[in-house]
Design a protein around this ligand. Structure first.
Ligand code: GLP
Length: 260
């Protein structure tokens, strides 16, 4: 696991965007795993600025991590709408190459299976962008999620519904169920890039980076990933015991790999 500590949210977004831009430069038809929530917003902003400067993302395919069950796609907080507003339009993605699980499907299990098949048909995800919930969830894989789970229906933890109530008119409006890529699905991505900012994520970051691999803190599954990078600002890094070592490794890597 590579841990990079940066000053603040803007720097975290810039670094994540640089990694994505590097991938797209090498592979213009890359398959990107996209995330919702506030964590990746700076990354999208920074990528949009790179697009203004000439980065072409029109051949990139994108797969969202998750979607609520039962809210219309045109509801402003459906992940269909969020991905369209925060990623597809500002980045100039081709909507026909962008996929979000359908939480309105008549047969949700079949939709989950089909979503896995669509990812496989696209050649798998090259880089999965991730945020993290305060309880350690990635995607909507709540604590106790199987570490090898695939895309499926999940019940949101009450804490997650409370966290996400800020996006809805009332807490009751937050859906109870969702579809989410599984932890096994996320592990299959060729690279994983998790961004976290702020004090509220400090415990989760310490648990997933330095704690045991455990379904109690689902993001800890990234310790099993071959190329996982965690980009955190100072506040989100504040409970890491080995932060001096992570800074040291980044400094020293620059000597052998100046572009990193
Ligand atoms: C949401 C999403 C996750 C996201 C997390 C954190 O509910 N399903 O993909 O990483 O919770 O959200 P935020 O980045 O707004 O803190």
């Amino acid at each position: 696991m590579e841990v990079v500590i940066v000053d603040g949210p803007a720097e975290a977004g810039a670094l994540a965007a640089a990694r994505i831009a590097e991938l797209v430069a090498a592979k213009p038809s890359a398959v990107l795993g996209v995330a919702t929530g506030s964590s990746p917003l700076e990354t999208y902003r920074s990528l949009a600025a790179r697009r203004d400067a000439g980065l072409d993302l029109s051949r990139v395919s994108a797969f969202a991590l998750d979607e609520y069950v039962g809210i219309r796609h045109d509801h402003p907080e459906s992940y269909h709408a969020v991905i369209e507003r925060e990623a597809v339009r500002p980045l100039g993605l081709d909507p026909s190459r962008v996929h979000v699980p359908d939480g309105l499907a008549a047969d949700l299990d079949a939709e989950c299976e089909d979503y896995e098949a669509r990812i496989a048909a696209a050649g798998g995800v090259d880089l999965q962008l991730l945020g993290i919930g305060a309880n350690g969830h990635i995607g909507f894989n709540e604590p106790s999620s199987s570490l090898s789970s695939r895309t499926r229906v999940k019940t949101l933890a009450p804490a997650t519904r409370e966290d996400n109530a800020r996006f809805f008119d009332s807490a009751d409006e937050v859906p109870v169920h969702c579809l989410t890529q599984g932890l096994g699905t996320i592990l299959d991505a060729r690279r994983a890039l998790l961004v976290a900012q702020g004090e509220s994520k400090a415990r989760a970051i310490a648990e997933i980076v330095e704690g045991p691999v455990s379904a109690r803190w689902p993001g800890s599954v990234l310790q099993l990933h071959r190329r996982a990078t965690i980009v955190v600002d100072e506040a989100a890094a504040s409970q890491l015991e080995l932060s001096d070592y992570y800074r040291h490794t980044v400094e020293h890597r620059r000597i052998v790999q100046p572009g990193v």
